[in-house]
Design a protein around this ligand. Structure first.
Ligand code: HEC
Ligand code: HEC
Ligand code: HEC
Ligand code: HEC
Ligand code: HEC
Length: 286
């Protein structure tokens, strides 16, 4: 049998450790409450802690529909300010490890991040007018799945798809699908047949489907001007940077001189751009 003395020593030890833990906890809580430690957080009303900011109503409909880039960037500066490393931790230089799509005739400048390539690089600014909400229409920070709870976006949502924060089929595919050479009657893929057409899309498209790019997120006139000089500009968004094996089913706007017969492949195609991107009628050229 052990002496009662050992028991008392153990008890004292436990009490001592508990007291130290409680003191530490109190100390940590005092630090969090200290104003100097919260000064760096954005002055965003209720949303001034991480969890509340994650669920800030601006991330969801309806608030996201009218959100400006500046509002998003107030918390997400990293999206535009972060740049890729010059050298990877293993010593590989970004400048000497460019992917095929970073060596096209339209590619300018150093390697850059995905967001910057769509919002702030020279080509992006010249041709496009994308906003945060062109792609981001709401997401589910918890399950990352539509319809995951009574309060999340419903299963039927078109705003984002499973495990993604955007709907890639209604955003990315528009500019990163395959070139639909079948409907164009081209004899072979563009890189093989382009010489036949003077390496210009406008050989045909000066007269066919001329009512194009009248949407808020594109700069229609700048695109035509750039495409006239270099077909890679057009091809870049219509097959040249295709991350997909499928093509986007573009709306088929009526154009001057169009035949009244609708070809089979075009039956069921919309004849107007997606409603949320349509320009007011007065802004339409022709
Ligand atoms: C009040 C600050 C705040 C504002 C304003 C804000 N966000 Fe966020 N956002 C956050 C925080 C915090 C997170 C969570 C980040 C994390 O956990 O890594 C987040 C997460 C996200 C995510 C990732 C979601 C996920 O499922 O992981 C996206 C995308 C996003 N925000 C986009 C936007 C867009 C677009 C806007 C403007 C419409 C916006 N945010 C405005 C603070 C904000
Ligand atoms: C061209 C479409 C597009 C545009 C425009 C866009 N985003 Fe994103 N964003 C994405 C995609 C795609 C992801 C990655 C989503 C995923 O992982 O499912 C993403 C991810 C994010 C994330 C999550 C963190 C991260 O970096 O992965 C934040 C935050 C975010 N975007 C904020 C913004 C803000 C703020 C803007 C406007 C300044 C913006 N985005 C513009 C497509 C876009
Ligand atoms: C409105 C047209 C448009 C949309 C929509 C679009 N992109 Fe792009 N994307 C471009 C253009 C133009 C470039 C070339 C930018 C450059 O070279 O500076 C590009 C480049 C890229 C690159 C290459 C970046 C690099 O390092 O060169 C990736 C990856 C990419 N897009 C993915 C996406 C994804 C994912 C989406 C959907 C969330 C998307 N894009 C939506 C037009 C678009
Ligand atoms: C030989 C003539 C010809 C050339 C060259 C040509 N196209 Fe086309 N294109 C067509 C025809 C024809 C259609 C279908 C017209 C219709 O809707 O009836 C078409 C349709 C399209 C469409 C809409 C596809 C859809 O599914 O609705 C896009 C986008 C397009 N062309 C882009 C381009 C680009 C970019 C280039 C150059 C890289 C190019 N075309 C070169 C003849 C051509
Ligand atoms: C920055 C990306 C981008 C560039 C560059 C670009 N396009 Fe497009 N193009 C699009 C998008 C996105 C749509 C669909 C717009 C919509 O929904 O109405 C489209 C639609 C079209 C259509 C279908 C027109 C219709 O009936 O609505 C044709 C044809 C076309 N583009 C040809 C061209 C030609 C020719 C060029 C070069 C002069 C070119 N595109 C350059 C992104 C681009």
């Amino acid at each position: 049998m052990e002496s009662p003395k050992t028991g008392i020593v153990i008890l004292a030890l436990v009490a001592g450790v508990s007291l130290a833990g409680a003191l530490l906890g109190w100390n940590v809580r005092q630090q969090v409450a200290h104003p100097a430690h919260s000064a760096a957080l954005p002055a965003g009303g209720a949303a001034n802690d991480h969890l509340r900011a994650t669920y800030d109503p601006i991330h969801f409909k309806p608030a996201i529909e009218s959100a400006t880039d500046a509002q998003c960037l107030a918390c997400h500066r990293e999206v535009l300010e972060d740049k890729v490393r010059e050298t990877s931790p293993a010593g590989v230089k970004a400048a000497t490890s460019k992917a095929w799509y970073q060596r096209l005739s339209t590619y300018q400048g150093e390697q850059d991040t995905f967001h910057r390539r769509h919002l702030s690089t020279p080509l992006a600014k010249e041709l496009m007018n994308l906003n945060c909400t062109t792609c981001h229409q709401g997401n589910d920070p918890r399950e990352e799945a539509p319809g995951s709870s009574a309060t999340s976006a419903p299963q039927s949502t078109q705003d984002f798809t499973l495990r993604k924060q955007v709907n890639v089929e209604t955003t990315c595919l528009k500019c990163h699908g395959q070139m639909n050479i079948g409907v164009m009657g081209l004899p072979s893929p563009w890189h093989e047949s382009k010489e036949m057409f003077g390496n210009s899309c406008l050989t045909c498209h000066a007269a066919i489907r001329t009512n194009r790019h009248q949407v808020t997120y594109l700069k229609a006139e700048a695109i035509e001007a750039a495409g006239q000089k270099n077909a890679d500009v057009c091809y870049g968004c219509h097959g040249g940077r295709s991350w997909y094996r499928i093509s986007y089913p573009y709306p088929r706007h009526a154009w001057e001189g169009m035949s009244p017969d609708v070809p089979d492949w075009a039956k069921g195609r919309p004849t107007e751009s997606e409603a949320r991107f349509q320009l007011p009628p007065s802004a339409n050229k022709k």
